[in-house]
Design a protein around this ligand. Structure first.
Ligand SMILES: [Mg+2]
Length: 411
C-alpha cells in the first residue's frame, strides 16, 4: 500500500527553504533501495512521495500534461503538438504511466532514462521525445512546488534574470504578399520586440525556389523597420549549400545578424559549408532530438548557435545535458520555441541556469496561440517588457494553469 504523504508536515520540516542538505538529512527520509530496470540506487529523496496519476488535456496547438502525487502537489507540463497529437498523447497516457506511477517525482534522471530506453525501439526521436519532454516538465514543476523554489534554483541558480525575445513572421515560402509581411513586422515592432525573424518556410513548398523570395522580403521589411530593430532570416531548411551561401552572403552584406536553419537538418556537411562561407553566426538544431543528435550536429555541421526546443528535444532534463554538450564546444543556446506558456517558461528556467545562453529566445507568433493563452489567467501570462521576457520566479515552472478553463475548452 502506498503510504500517504503529509505535504504540510514535509514543508514545515524543510522550513520553507529546503536545500539538498536538508532533504538528505531530514529524519523522515529512508535509505531504502529503489529497484529499476538498470540497477539498484539508494533513495535519497523523500521516499514517501509518489506519482499517482497522469492525465492530458488537448487544446488547439498544445497538449498539457497533469501529474498528480500523493503529496497533494500537482505538476503541469506541455508536450509539443507538432506531430500528430494522438501519437504523443498515446505515449503519455497508455505507455508511460505504467512506468512512472509509484515512482518518486524527484527522480527525474531515472524517470527520463526509463522512459527513453524502455520505448527506444519505437523511435528515439520525434513523438517519443515530445512525450518524455511533457512528463519531464511536469516533474520539474512538482519538484519546484514541493521545495517552494523556482525551477532555475534546482538547476544550479541563475546566470540571468531576463532574456530578449524575438518574434517570427511566417511567409509560406513566399506566398504572403510582401506588403502584408511589412505590415506584420511593424505590428510586431510596436509590441516592443527588438528582433524579428522572417520565417520563410521554403522547404515546406520547394527547395531552392526560382525566383528566390527571400531577398525581396528582407529588403522591404528592413527598409520599413526602425534601424534599432534587428531582422534575420530562417529559410526553414529550404536551401542546398550553394544557394544558402549565395543568399546568406547577400543578406550578410545588407547587415543581417544571424542566419537560421539554412539547409536540411539531414545534411550536416552542407551546414558546415555554409558556416565556413559566412561571417555571421549560423544557427541550427530545431529538428534535433536528444544529446546524441546535437553531438552530431555540432561535430559535423559546426553551427555557431544551436536551437534545441525544450518540449521537443526531451525536456528540461535533456536540454540541460545538451547545453553541456554545447558548452564543450563553446556553442551558445538559443532555444527554438513555439509555445507561449509552459514551453517558454521551461526555456527561460533552462537559459537562466546555463553559462552559454545565447542572446535571444523565440517567442509566440501573433494571433496563433489565442486558445492556449486562455488556459492561463492573465496574471499568469509571461510579460514582454522592453522586448525582454523575465525568468519566472514563482515555485515550479512559475505558471499555473486555470484547470476549470482548460477543462471547458479541452477536446
Ligand atoms: Mg526555425
Amino acid at each position: 500500500m502506498m503510504k500517504s504523504f503529509d505535504r504540510r508536515k514535509f514543508i514545515t520540516a524543510l522550513g520553507l527553504s529546503a536545500t539538498a542538505t536538508a532533504i538528505a538529512t531530514t529524519s523522515s527520509f529512508t535509505n531504502e533501495l529503489v529497484e529499476n530496470s538498470l540497477t539498484l540506487i539508494p533513495a535519497d529523496t523523500p521516499s514517501d512521495i509518489k506519482i499517482t496519476h497522469v492525465s492530458t488535456f488537448r487544446v488547439k496547438r498544445a497538449i498539457f500534461i497533469k501529474i498528480e502525487t500523493n503529496a497533494g502537489v500537482t505538476g503541469w507540463g506541455e508536450a509539443s503538438s507538432n506531430s500528430p497529437m494522438e501519437v504523443v498523447e498515446s505515449f503519455i497516457l497508455k505507455t508511460m504511466p505504467k512506468t512512472i506511477i509509484g515512482m518518486n517525482p524527484f527522480d527525474t534522471e531515472l524517470i527520463w532514462n526509463r522512459l527513453f530506453w524502455e520505448n527506444h525501439d519505437l523511435g528515439p526521436s520525434g513523438a517519443l521525445s515530445y512525450a518524455i519532454a511533457g512528463i519531464d516538465l511536469a516533474l520539474w514543476d512538482i519538484k519546484g512546488k514541493i521545495l517552494n523554489q523556482p525551477v532555475y534554483n534546482l538547476l544550479g541558480g541563475r546566470f540571468l534574470t531576463e532574456v530578449p525575445a524575438y518574434c517570427g513572421i511566417p511567409l509560406k515560402g513566399g506566398k504572403i504578399p510582401v506588403e502584408k509581411a511589412v505590415e506584420r513586422a511593424l505590428k510586431v515592432a510596436s509590441l516592443g520586440y527588438k528582433t524579428i525573424k522572417l520565417r520563410m518556410q521554403i522547404r515546406e513548398y520547394n527547395l531552392n525556389p526560382i525566383p528566390d523570395p527571400t531577398l525581396r522580403y528582407y529588403e522591404a521589411v528592413r527598409k520599413a523597420l526602425p534601424q534599432d530593430i534587428d531582422l534575420f532570416v530562417d529559410p526553414n531548411e529550404g536551401y542546398t549549400a550553394s544557394r544558402a551561401i549565395e543568399v546568406g552572403k547577400a543578406l550578410q552584406a545588407m547587415g543581417m545578424k544571424y542566419f537560421e536553419s539554412p539547409v536540411p537538418r539531414e545534411n550536416n556537411k552542407d551546414l558546415a559549408e555554409v558556416v565556413d562561407a559566412l561571417d555571421i553566426p549560423v544557427m541550427a538544431g530545431e529538428k534535433c532530438y536528444t544529446r546524441w543528435e546535437f553531438r552530431d550536429l555540432i561535430l559535423e555541421g559546426n553551427p555557431d548557435i544551436i536551437n534545441p526546443d525544450l518540449i521537443k528535444a526531451g525536456g528540461i532534463t535533456e536540454v540541460k545535458r545538451i547545453a553541456t554538450v554545447a558548452q564543450i564546444f563553446f556553442k551558445q543556446i538559443v532555444p527554438h520555441n513555439t509555445k507561449p506558456t509552459l514551453g517558454t517558461a521551461a526555456a527561460l528556467h533552462l537559459m537562466a541556469s546555463i553559462s552559454n545562453a545565447g542572446p535571444l529566445l523565440e517567442y509566440v507568433e501573433l494571433d496563433t496561440y489565442d486558445e492556449v493563452m486562455t488556459c492561463f489567467d492573465a496574471d499568469q501570462h509571461l510579460k514582454l517588457i522592453d522586448g525582454k521576457l523575465r525568468v519566472p520566479h514563482s515555485p515550479g515552472l512559475g505558471m499555473e494553469i486555470n484547470e476549470k478553463k482548460l477543462q471547458q475548452i479541452a477536446k
